[in-house]
Design a binder for this molecule. Structure first.
Ligand code: WT7
Length: 635
């Protein structure tokens, strides 16, 4: 039996039982056998969910990049670590070997040091999916700087908020980016953001689209000349197990985005161990995750997890629709991809275009298919299974979160029988619980409730940057001694989990987590708007789309409603980014409120979803009369 590489269902159950009966012994064995440590730990785990405080492998010293790069050099030096597939299929792909990666990461790390970055400093990375993105992440980790990657689709003001929250000293960006047929002026967005960020001293700029850009003297530097000059080796900084590795922002239901802080040793062990098992990665395989490194999926399953296992990982710069909807399948064929990991929204968008695009390509290399980010509907699941995997490649529906750092509920391919729309069984070491409204755990099968985790796992986020109280309130206060996920789930007769969706005010649109509060704040900045409420409604491709109810101020003038709609979406684009634009905007005379003044989103959600047969009790509302009016004018 192999604890590290699980191949049968029986093995899964055995290892799982071991991992929950004696977690410390279990994780110690995994950590001991499969990673490189400068010093071993004094204590495997200490935890207290009431504080909350969790420490894994305390006393250990390591550097994650030694595990991702250096230790592979003598056996896999010439093996490809990263395949970079550019936006434009005419441009040649790049194969970066482990040896090249070592050279590039070391040079970059030395540049960071020369520019005054030290262990513990925060560095914001705002880059498209080009090799510099993965390399800069690893360069930060090499010297112990804390990276904060901001997805390059976020607007300047969203970027500024994140830079300031973590008081980043440096921003790494590029002149621009390619996205399908378009180019985006990333540097212009950074310049705009930095008007509000006094903490940033230096900006490093990678060249990608070769446009003329403004370079601020004394602040901005082209990256390439610095890399060329830098020394090709860099001694890794020795990190403590619990030193922060990175910050990554995620939306909350209220307030500003939460900077989730992940630490070094536990994150490394868990992301690597899950990668190996969930994708059944073998030495010769080529693995491709289509996510952006700006999200946790990219951190754990494009960069850290795969590289820790000495894998070949594909980084794709472009979009699934450019130059046409066959692009993904062309890449699978070209690089003979064995494991393919994407999101339900991409699957639905591709399914809509028909199977012609698939039929042109040889997909026989595919062994495992993955999905993540939102619940996958049955139709999309079957389309993926029938047409992409030809019913031979098991689908791993992986449930997890930015906060969990790694995959939490998932089948193990070839071991766990899959079931459409079910994430199936907890991964090794994960102890889920379903809770009822009164805070009691619901035991037994064929039940549903709110999903919690009742025991720590190595890659859980340790805090919210600068706000530990908020970390406690958000995740550890709803249920005593448990981590609350914010999701609802059901457990079927054999113990399989199906995630039913968020139970809070977070809406997942095309796999992106969006909080209602920041969007409403943006809308309310429009001078004509009195108040607003956002809800999600079902959408064929995006999973959910946004529906905004907007009450205007009584200004006496009547404005063109379509112009107002455009202006509102413009503000949202500026404040958050185009992903948060509203599909529908209904102007209302008022919003339904409870007597304490809270907007009743439940009712608005039903109206937006055209499900008004049972609106529940509206008699307790402060203003029940607005409900009929909203229903009559629903879009
Ligand atoms: C939320 C976390 C973790 C990577 C990407 C998203 C939803 C995630 C699934 C799945 C149903 C899922 C949950 C979760 N979610 N995976 N397989 N089935 N729902 O990370 O942005 O932190 O979002 O995504 O609602 O809470 P994230």
């Amino acid at each position: 039996m192999s604890n590290y590489h699980i191949k049968h269902l029986e093995e899964y159950y055995q290892v799982y039982r071991k991992s929950v009966r004696n977690p410390e012994v279990f994780w110690e064995e995994i950590a001991e056998e499969h990673f490189m440590w400068r010093k071993k730990w004094d204590n495997v785990l200490s935890w207290d969910f009431t504080k909350p405080e969790v420490k894994w492998f305390e006393g250990a010293q390591l550097n994650i990049t030694e595990n991702c790069i250096d230790r592979h050099l003598h056996i896999r030096g010439d093996k490809t670590a990263i395949i970079f597939e550019p936006n434009n299929p005419e441009e040649e792909a790049q194969h970066i070997s482990y040896r090249d990666l070592h050279d590039k990461v070391c040079r970059f790390a030395n540049v960071l040091k020369e520019q005054g970055i030290q262990k513990g400093d925060r560095v914001c990375i705002y880059l498209p999916m080009i090799p510099e993105l993965a390399i800069s992440v690893l360069a930060c980790a090499r010297i112990g700087a804390i990276h904060s990657v901001v997805f390059a689709g976020f607007s300047s003001s969203a970027l500024a908020t994140r830079i300031n929250d973590a008081t980043c000293k440096m921003v790494i960006t590029s002149d621009g980016s390619y996205r399908g047929a378009k180019t985006i002026d990333l540097k212009g967005i950074v310049d705009e953001a930095l008007k509000e960020c006094a903490c940033v001293e230096t900006v490093l700029v990678a060249k990608r689209i070769n446009t003329e850009i403004h370079m601020e003297a004394g602040r901005d530097h082209w990256l390439q000349p610095l890399l060329d000059e830098a020394y090709h080796d860099c001694v890794p900084e020795v990190m403590e197990a619990e030193d922060p590795l990175f910050i990554l922002y995620t939306s909350g239901s209220t307030g500003k985005p939460k900077g989730m802080v992940h630490s070094t040793a536990g994150y490394m062990v868990y992301s690597a161990y899950t990668f190996k098992n969930v994708f059944q990665y073998r030495e010769e395989d080529v693995y491709w995750c289509t996510a952006d490194i700006g999200w946790i999926t990219g951190h754990s399953y494009i960069v850290y997890g795969p590289l820790c296992n000495g894998a070949t990982t594909v980084m794709f710069e472009g979009v699934p629709s450019y130059p046409d909807f066959g692009r993904f399948w062309e890449i699978v064929e070209k690089h003979k991809v064995n494991q393919f990991y994407t999101a339900p929204t991409a699957i639905r968008a591709l399914a809509k275009e028909g199977v012609e695009h698939l039929e042109k390509h040889d997909l026989s290399s595919l062994k495992v298919l993955g999905t993540v980010g939102e619940p996958i509907n049955e139709e999309a699941w079957h389309w993926y299974d029938d047409n992409v995997g030809k019913r031979k490649a098991p689908i791993v529906d992986t449930w997890w979160q930015t906060e969990t750092g790694g995959i939490m509920i998932t089948p193990i391919p070839f071991a766990t029988p899959t079931k459409p729309t079910y994430a199936t069984l907890p991964f090794i070491g994960i102890q889920p619980a379903l809770m009822d409204e009164n805070g009691n755990e619901i035991k037994g099968n064929q039940v549903d409730g709110r999903l919690c985790i009742k025991f720590p796992w190595p890659s859980m986020a340790r805090t919210i940057w600068g706000n530990h109280q908020r970390y406690k309130d958000t995740y550890f206060s709803a249920y005593e001694n448990k981590y609350f996920t914010g999701d609802g789930a059901l457990r079927d007769e054999v113990g399989y989990y199906r995630i039913t969706g968020r139970v809070d005010d977070v809406i997942i649109v095309s796999g992106h987590n969006l909080g209602t509060a920041p969007i409403e704040d943006a809308i309310n900045e429009h001078p004509a708007v009195a108040e607003s409420a956002i809800v999600g409604f079902p959408h064929d491709i995006k999973g959910n789309a946004l529906y905004g109810y907007v009450t205007l101020k009584e200004t006496g003038e009547s404005r063109n409603q379509n112009n107002l709609r455009k202006e509102i979406n413009q503000i949202i684009t500026e404040q958050i980014g185009p992903i948060a634009k509203l599909d529908k905007i209904q102007f209302t005379n008022g919003l339904p409120k409870t007597r304490s003044g809270k907007i009743m989103r439940r009712i608005l959600r039903k109206i937006a979803g055209k499900d008004t047969s049972n609106l529940g009790d509206t008699s307790t509302l402060l203003n029940p009369e607005v409900v009929q009016d909203i229903m009559d004018n629903a879009l």
